[in-house]
Every structure is written in C-alpha cells, then in structure tokens.
Design a protein around this ligand. Structure first.
Ligand code: DC
Length: 209
C-alpha cells in the first residue's frame, strides 16, 4: 500500500506520516528533507536559491547532509521552498522519491506533490491542513521548547509566505489531489490527529477489500 501525505508546513503531516508508517509497518520518506538538503547545499556553496542553475547544482548534495541538524531550521525551510520552485530541481529529485514509493510492500511519503506527481496511483491520499493560526502556534511552541527567541506574528507571516510560494509555483504546486481526503487538524491535538488518520486509512482499506 502506498500512502501519500501532502500538506503545508506545520500542518502535522510529518507526524501523521511517521505514525502511519509505524502503525502499518511501512517505510517512510520525508520528501521535504530532500528539498531542505538542496536549500542547505546552495547556502554552503554560497549560491543563490532563486537561480535555477545554482539550485540544480546543489541537488548533488552528499547523503551525509541529510543528517545535518541545520536541515530542521526555519531558515533552511525557507531556502527549500525557494529552490523547490525550479522544475529542474524537482525533476532531479523525482527518481529517488518515485523509487522509494514503488518499492515492494509499499511506503508512506509526505510532502507537497506526492499524491499529484510522485505517486498518483497511491491507494490512500491524505491532504493534511490546518489554519495558519493553529500551525503558527504549534511551530511557536516547538521553537520555544527548543529555547529559541521567536515571535508568533513573525512565524505566522513566514508560514503564509511559504504557503503562497508553494501553492503558486507553476510546477507541482501544493494542492490536494482530486481523490485526496482533506484532513483538517486545526482542532485536533497530536494524539487525536494520529488516531483519526489511522482510522481513515483503515476505513479506506476496508472499503477497498
Ligand atoms: O515539508 P517541509 O517544510 O520540510 O518542506 C520544505 C519545502 O520543500 C517546502 O516549503 C516546499 C518544498 N517541498 C516541495 O516542494 N515538495 C515536496 N514534496 C516537499 C517539500
């Protein structure tokens, strides 16, 4: 079974994808990490993330970069969003994601275009979303817990900027697949969101059998 989990930043899609993978015993790929690695590599190269050539060159990042803790920062998230608008970057990362999705036994992938581009044949597609306010508060608490001095209004503005860029790019924009289940986590806590997602996948499997 292939499970595609798409959605905007801080919607809870990563948490849900990880929990689904553990519950159904499937391997999981966080595809955002690949774009983050490209964004980080451009930075390390001293390149320009808005330049298609610099961004494409950075797609040959070493695998060891995927373990770099800098990939998790908001700065790198912003760079990832910028390099991800270039079609050549998306193409360069396609095969790796596609191979992961098509492995025997299935997989869970989370990102922006899994249900629409990477694995349109996925048996289950969840589009995880939540209001900017709810996502901003979650990101704010996470960052405060990590001891970072951040302001909620700045985080909300940053999320809105990234949403706009991810949704308005011409190649593989962030949007639900026609057959995706829209999963709004605004009023869910983490545990409720995970339970509801597992239930949705099980329900789907029951209907399909
Ligand atoms: O999910 P994330 O926040 O780690 O993703 C970082 C950026 O990478 C996101 O703003 C857009 C890009 N991205 C993408 O374009 N396609 C994906 N499948 C995953 C991420």
């Amino acid at each position: 079974m292939i499970i595609a989990v798409d959605g905007p930043t801080a919607s809870g899609k990563g948490t849900i994808a990880k929990a689904l993978a553990a519950h159904f015993g499937l391997p999981h790929l966080d595809t955002g990490l690949l774009y983050r690695a490209v964004g980080r590599q451009v930075f390390l190269d001293g390149g320009d993330p808005d330049d298609g050539g610099d961004a494409l060159a950075a797609t040959s990042f070493p695998d060891s970069l995927l373990d770099d803790p800098h990939l998790r920062t908001e700065e790198t998230g912003g760079l990832a969003s910028r390099v991800s608008v270039h079609p050549a970057v998306r193409q360069a990362l396609y095969e790796r994601q596609r191979t992961f999705a098509m492995q025997d036994g299935g997989a869970v992938l989370d990102g922006r275009d899994i249900g629409t581009v990477i694995a349109p044949e996925a048996e289950v597609k969840l589009f995880v979303t939540a209001s900017v306010e709810a996502r901003g508060k979650r990101r704010f608490s996470e960052m405060r817990e990590r001891g970072l001095d951040v302001r909620l209004t700045d985080i909300e503005a940053d999320l809105a900027r990234r949403d706009a860029r991810d949704m308005n790019r011409s190649d593989a924009p962030l949007k639900p697949a026609a057959d995706a289940l829209i999963f709004d986590t605004t009023s869910f806590d983490r545990k409720e969101a995970i339970e509801a997602a597992i239930e949705a996948v099980e329900e789907h499997a029951r209907r399909a059998s």
